[in-house]
Ligand binder design. Structure first.
Ligand SMILES: [Zn+2]
Length: 216
């Protein structure tokens, strides 16, 4: 094994391979409880089109699957994805994947809600944007930048992995809610732009489903 050297995914392989994993969805299904073992499946029109095995340990999920590139031999892949939790505004804990991506020699480690598979591994959208050489100024970036600016103006940190900051002292509740709404709207738009952009990587059913989630 290990003959697929360069790590640069070919277009064909991406087109067939892209699936996504949603940490919140997995959490709701109880899949993140330590000791959980199971399969995650993707289906289209009621038919299973793809399936991976996984098991969950204390602070990570171990995905276990095989891929076949361009109709070649099946290659076994074991991917370790660390988990992390942050407290919520509303109590309880919110899970995140820590992206295991290493792109251009740089470890990613971003806290993300979703991982995508466009080839051999499940990586965050940032890793895919880098790996697939996104256009410099697309709608996704613009929307995220706008959201981040608003987040920081409220005294919070940029990035969807962080909370939106509490209402600053002296700001009207209505004003705060409007800003909060705008941040969430921008991030939804970024999400939708991202999904549209990579729609050619996703199965039709999955594209619709993600878009659905994105607009919720
Ligand atoms: Zn990443």
């Amino acid at each position: 094994m290990g003959g697929y050297g360069s790590g640069r995914p070919s277009y064909k392989q991406k087109a067939e391979g892209c699936r996504s994993l949603d940490v919140n969805y997995m959490n709701r299904k109880g899949c993140l409880n330590a000791g959980f073992t199971g399969n995650w499946t993707w289906s289209r029109d009621g038919e299973v089109i793809s399936q991976i095995g996984f098991r969950t340990e204390e602070s990570r999920v171990i995905f276990d699957y095989r891929i076949s590139q361009r109709g070649g031999d099946w290659e076994p892949i074991v991917q370790y994805v660390p988990l992390t939790y942050t407290g919520c505004h509303y109590g309880g804990q919110r899970p995140y994947f820590l992206c295991p991506g290493v792109v251009n020699g740089q470890q990613c480690g971003r806290r993300v809600g979703k991982l995508f598979s466009g080839g051999r591994y499940f990586l965050c959208r940032h890793c895919y944007s880098i790996a697939y050489g996104s256009q410099s100024e697309d709608r996704h970036d613009r929307m995220l930048r706008r959201a981040n600016k608003l987040r920081m103006a409220l005294g919070g940190e940029p990035g969807t992995a962080h909370f939106i900051a509490w209402k600053p002292k002296g700001m009207w509740q209505r004003t705060y809610q409007r800003k909060q709404f705008e941040i969430e709207w921008c991030e939804d738009q970024a999400n939708i732009a991202f999904i549209r952009k990579y729609s050619h990587l996703l199965g039709a059913g999955e594209f619709e489903r993600l878009l659905d989630e994105g607009t919720r």
